[in-house]
Design a protein around this ligand. Sequence first.
Ligand code: CO
Ligand code: CO
Length: 320
Amino acid sequence: MLRPIQGIFRASEYPNLLVGLDEPDDAAVWQIDEEKAIVITTDFFTPVVDDPYDYGAIAAANSLSDVYAMGGSPFLALNIAALPPDLPADILTEILRGGAEKVHEAGVVIAGGHTIQDKEPKYGLVVVGLVNPRKFFRKSGAKPGDYLILTKPLGFGTTTTALKRGLAKEEHLQEAVIWMKTLNRKASEIAQQVGLTTATDITGYSLLGHAWEIASLSAVGLRLHFEAIPFTEGAKEYAAQFIFPGGAFDNRLYFQEHVRFDPRLTENEQMLLFDPQTSGGLLFAASPEQRKAFEHKAKITQQPYWVIGEVTSSGLIEVD
Ligand code: CO
Ligand code: CO
């Protein structure tokens, strides 16, 4: 989608643009001086849950996540909303309140925004943050022997699709909602403290799609251990009924050529790894020493994490 833009803005003419046109990452990075760079991103989407407050909070956590995935500290945000003219005022208020309270929790301020009318609601943020131009996270840089660390379980796509079909249990939905509303802030801060440099967040392209971005941009392979990958309570239940959003099938079509599954993994289990996530966790590559330091700080601060595999030199993603 960026190709026609790349023809107009040539990267060589914008030396301050450290991340943007040539190798897009989770957010764009613009260097201000030796110590400071601006990180900027935007994201918005249609409702993933019925509760308007939760929808707003999830959309905000998701928009902030791309700054955390760059190792940045967000400080400023703008609302972007498209809302049906006949939407009751209290629902609109709840969406914006859910977003605003999440942004406030992140220590960020909403300074304005723009709303238009549209048939289907859409909500999200523009987020601006600061990052050290020498230390931010990229999708590249993973090395064979590194460990892969994930900070939220998977299963949000299958669970919210079950909700849309009237098949989701309330406790399963609530578990997914709590995770989707959780900021990736603490995980990002720990990763910054222990010097990690390879990271992304797990969103629409699924674990395997985003893992493949790391593998291809780092020119490495990855080995994932299915038993080590965390899932929400309901995920395997809905996967067993083959309830997946359309995006999961798109992801499989697009990424499966880079993936080798152990034949004992069922199609449902494989599909869970192609399941698109909303406001998913961060995925890091960490050397053995960095892994130790990360685990130590994560335990002290009660940051959930799972070591789900290793970096290899195979040029593929192997799942066993
Ligand atoms: Co991202
Ligand atoms: Co994004």
